[in-house]
Design a protein around this ligand. Sequence first.
Ligand SMILES: C[S@@+](CC[C@H](N)C(=O)[O-])C[C@H]1O[C@@H](n2cnc3c(N)ncnc32)[C@H](O)[C@@H]1O
Length: 209
Amino acid sequence: MSDFAFMRFMSNNMLTTEESQHKDEIVNLTEQVLDAKGLECDERISKLSEEKLREILEEVRKLRNRRRKRIDDKAEEDEGSAKKEVLYVRNVYADQKNLNFVVDDILNSNLKENEFDYIFDRGCFHVLLPANRQRYITKIKQILKDSGTLFLKCFSNKEPRQEGPYKFSQVEIRDLFSKYFRIDSIKETVYQGTLDPLPKALFAVMIKN
Ligand SMILES: C[S@@+](CC[C@H](N)C(=O)[O-])C[C@H]1O[C@@H](n2cnc3c(N)ncnc32)[C@H](O)[C@@H]1O
């Protein structure tokens, strides 16, 4: 464990506030840097000179920047492919009136406030990082009309598979949403798709307060 290195970074005031708040990520990257250098991630770290420690931290920062750039590039690529899909489905449904397809990031939504009577989310909320859940709820509330309804489908904590999106209990959904929504119902169901057996899911119907 390179907690030792992290503690030394901290005690030497080497980390920015932002870095010190991302301990797990910094520890994980430090382990990779130390591994690549053939150094053990143990208490021997306490004997390294401050200069050597600074060198290691610089490499950790470079690795972190490279990783973040890859994530940003992937997000751009995903947005590009979502835009192509929208062009495709617009074409398929070109003869349908009152139907539109747009690409939007719900966490930074460009959709108008109080625009929708209904929002149906199948599988978006449950992939968001926990840190983004409140932002999601605020945005959904913002774009729903007063008394509008959110239909939310997400994986249930009764689903035994470890991998996949986050899983929720009915109580968690209530705790997260009930400040801004009246919970009409939450039902145990399954997530239709290609997995066999179908994953256990929740279907919640929630009305904006
Ligand atoms: C598990 S997939 C579900 C896809 C599809 N709705 C389904 O049920 O098969 C999660 C979807 O959430 C979308 N997503 C993730 N973060 C998002 C965000 N911030 N704004 C909008 N969509 C997002 C992803 O692009 C992806 O299409």
